[in-house]
Design a protein around this ligand. Structure first.
Ligand code: ATP
Ligand code: MG
Length: 140
């Protein structure tokens, strides 16, 4: 399997409840390595740009408000099949449908406040990583 990188966000609902360590323990236990990490707070423009694909969806405005409501942790994860593996560790978007043991099953509050983001393809991972990190901030 190819070594791959994916982009991860620990969302405001999780930083507010002091779950950064608990979430990263699950990520590391799955064999993914955190090769870049910073704590930031997004403004409206950054959140709208990041979630631009959802601009026409009814939940877009609320999602932007939520993602700018507190600090987030942006990270790059590295490992075998990292994109798919991290999606598996996160669990389904709606925590009600997430498998036992996944981050969202254990920690998410709702379909919106679902604690984590993960890239949905290797191509999007590259775009999201370059939006959030410069090359010298990623140390494998
Ligand atoms: P993410 O992109 O954050 O990793 P995802 O790929 O599982 O999540 P998407 O369909 O890309 O899900 O939705 C992006 C985010 O928008 C979700 O993680 C969630 O925070 C929010 N969202 C998705 N669907 C809904 C909904 N029906 N109502 C409210 N918020 C939603
Ligand atoms: Mg998505």
């Amino acid at each position: 399997m190819a070594i791959e990188r994916t982009f991860s966000i620990i969302k405001p609902d999780a930083t507010r409840r002091n779950l950064t360590g608990g979430i990263n323990a699950k990520i590391e236990a799955a064999g993914l390595r955190i090769v870049a990490q910073k704590r930031v707070k997004w403004g409206q423009e950054q959140a709208e740009a990041f979630y631009g694909v959802h601009r026409e969806r009814p939940f877009f405005k609320d999602l932007v408000t939520f993602m700018t409501s507190g600090p987030i942790i942006v990270q790059v994860l590295e490992g075998d099949n990292a994109v798919a593996k991290y999606r598996e560790v996160m669990g389904a978007t709606n925590p009600a449908n997430a498998a036992p043991g996944t981050i969202r099953k254990e920690f998410a509050e709702s379909i919106e406040a679902n604690s984590v983001h993960g890239s949905d393809s290797a191509d999007n991972a590259k775009i999201e990583i370059s939006q959030n990190f410069s090359a010298f901030e990623i140390v494998g």
